[in-house]
Design a binder for this molecule. Structure first.
Ligand SMILES: *Cc1c(COP(=O)(O)O)cnc(C)c1O
Length: 434
C-alpha cells in the first residue's frame, strides 16, 4: 500500500516512510492510495475471530510489504492486549469501553501500534529519532507509555498548562528516561502549532530526525479501525446495523471508523459527538468550515478548534458534502448537558460515564430521537477516574483509583515550563542535541 499527501505536492511513499515522516513534506496528511474492500463473508466471521486476528487482518493491506507477517502479527497482538467490551446501558444503547489499556484511554491502541512499528523500523537504521507530539491530555500519556524504553527513540511531549487533568499530567510527566514533558503556557492548539512549526523548520530537521506521534501519523490513525471491528464482533442485534457515536476532537478516531465503513464494515451511520468546539457540526449543518481557537471544556481531550484529521474525512468522501452527510452527522453539547448526562446515567443506569463518553452518549441519543430510536453504541473513550476532578463533584462520590495507575499517581512530576513561543521551543530542542 502506498500513501499520497492530501496536498498532492509530495511524492507517494510506503507505510514505513509515512510512519517515519508523520506529516508529508508539503504539510498534507498521508492517505492510502487504494482502499481494501472487506468481504462480507469475512465480516460475518468476526464473532469467531480473536482480537489479534482481526487486528492483523485489518492492518495487513495498509502495512503492505514493509513489515513481515510474523512481525506485524506480533505488533498487533501486543497492541490489542486488553479487553474492549461492549456494555448494554439501555435498550438499543451500548457503550464500547476503550479504556482498559495502560493509560485508561483509547489512545493506547494507536500509541502502542505506532511505537512498536517505529521501533521495528528503527532497528533497521542507526540514527535515533525524536518523536515530537502535542497533547490535549490523553495522547501524551499513551505515547509516553508506548515509547518508554524503546531504543533509538527520544520523545518530547507538549501539553497545555492547566488544561489537562491531574491524572493525565501525572501520566505525562512521571516517566523520565527517554520521555520529556514540556508544559506550555497556552492551549492545545498552541502546542499543535508549535509542533507543526518545528516540522517545517529546516534548521531543526536537518539536525534532528523528527517525527510526530499525533493522530496525523498513519501508524496511529489506522489501527483505530480495530474498535469498529471489535464493536461489530460483539453487536448483538443481528438484523440492524448500529449507529456509532464517537466523541471527537481532532477527528482521527471517527475518521478511522468512516474508513472502516467505506471499505465495507456494516455500520448504519456515524455521529460525531462534540463539545463546544463545534467547527464540524456547523459545517455539516450547512455553514462554512471555520476553524477557531479551542474553547476549554470539561471534555478537554476534545478541545480542538482546528481538527487535523477532518481533511482526511473530506478525502474519503471526495470532498462532497452531501455524500459525507449520508454517512456522518455531528452534534455539539455544552458542559451543563454533559454533566446532566453523567448524573442521569449514573443514577438511572448505574453506569459511570467520563465527560467524553457522556458527550458520545448524548450524541447517540439525539440521533436516535430523530431516527425512530435507531439502536447504536457510543465509544467510552476514557476511564472516568482520569477526570475524577470533574466527575466526583457531579455524582457526589469518590471514584477509586485503579491499582494499575496507583504507581503513576505517587511518582514526582518532571517537566520543563515554556511560553507558547517557537524560539523558546527551538532552543529547547537544540539543547537536547548536545
Ligand atoms: C483524544 C480523545 C478524544 C478525541 O479523539 P480524536 O481522535 O482526537 O477525535 C476523545 N476522547 C478522549 C478521552 C480522548 O483522549
Amino acid at each position: 500500500m502506498n500513501y499520497y499527501s492530501t496536498n498532492r505536492q509530495s511524492p507517494v511513499v510506503d507505510f514505513k516512510t509515512a510512519t517515519i515522516q508523520g506529516q508529508a513534506p508539503d504539510k498534507g496528511l498521508y492517505f492510502p492510495q487504494q482502499l481494501p474492500v472487506w468481504e462480507a463473508d469475512w465480516l460475518k466471521q468476526l464473532p469467531d475471530l480473536t482480537d489479534e486476528e482481526i487486528a492483523f487482518r485489518v492492518m495487513k493491506p495498509y502495512a503492505g510489504a514493509v513489515i513481515p507477517d510474523d512481525e506485524l502479527f506480533r505488533i498487533c497482538s501486543e497492541t490489542v492486549n486488553f479487553p474492549v467490551p461492549l456494555v448494554k446501558l439501555q435498550n438499543g444503547v451500548y457503550a464500547l469501553e476503550l479504556y482498559h489499556g495502560r493509560t485508561l484511554a483509547f489512545k493506547d491502541i494507536g500509541a502502542r501500534f505506532m511505537s512498536r512499528s517505529l521501533g521495528y523500523f528503527m532497528r533497521q537504521r542507526n540514527k535515533p529519532v525524536t518523536v515530537l507530539v502535542a497533547t490535549s491530555g490523553d495522547t501524551g500519556g499513551a505515547v509516553a507509555d508506548g515509547f518508554y524504553g524503546v531504543e533509538g527513540v527520544e520523545v518530547v511531549i507538549l501539553y497545555p498548562k492547566g488544561k489537562v487533568s491531574q491524572v493525565q499530567e501525572q501520566q505525562l510527566t512521571t516517566f523520565g528516561g527517554n520521555i520529556r514533558a514540556v508544559r506550555v503556557n497556552g492551549r492545545f492548539d498552541d502546542c499543535q502549532a508549535l509542533v507543526k512549526q518545528a516540522f517545517l523548520d529546516r534548521t531543526i530537521t536537518d539536525q534532528l530526525f523528527l517525527t510526530s506521534a499525533n493522530s496525523i501519523n498513519v501508524a496511529r490513525w489506522l489501527p483505530q479501525q480495530f474498535f469498529y471491528f471489535f464493536a461489530m464482533k460483539q453487536w448483538p442485534l443481528e438484523e440492524v446495523a448500529p449507529v456509532i457515536a464517537v466523541p471527537s476532537g481532532n477527528f482521527g478516531n471517527i475518521c478511522a471508523g468512516l474508513l472502516a465503513l467505506v471499505t465495507g464494515l456494516p455500520v448504519r451511520h456515524f455521529v460525531a459527538a462534540c463539545n463546544a468546539n463545534d467547527v464540524v457540526p456547523r459545517f455539516l449543518h450547512g455553514q462554512e468550515y471555520e476553524p477557531h481557537q479551542a474553547i476549554a471544556t470539561i471534555s478537554n481531550a476534545m478541545d480542538v478548534g482546528n481538527p487535523s484529521n477532518f481533511v482526511r474525512i473530506l478525502e474519503l468522501f471526495h470532498h462532497e458534502r452531501n455524500r459525507l452527510k449520508e454517512a456522518l452527522s455531528a452534534f455539539s453539547f455544552s458542559d451543563a448537558q454533559t454533566m446532566d448526562a453523567i448524573r442521569q446515567v449514573y443514577n438511572g443506569n448505574d453506569y459511570l460515564l467520563d465527560p467524553h463518553g457522556a458527550v458520545g452518549y448524548l450524541a447517540l441519543k439525539k440521533y436516535a430521537q430523530q431516527h425512530h430510536d435507531a439502536p447504536g453504541l457510543f465509544l467510552e473513550t476514557a476511564h472516568p477516574v482520569k477526570f475524577y476532578d470533574v466527575v466526583e463533584p457531579i455524582i457526589g462520590e469518590k471514584i477509586p483509583i485503579p491499582p494499575s495507575i496507583e504507581g503513576v499517581m505517587s511518582r514526582p512530576m518532571q517537566f520543563t515550563e515554556m511560553e507558547a513561543d517557537y524560539a523558546t521551543l527551538k532552543d529547547y530542542l537544540w539543547s537536547g542535541l548536545g
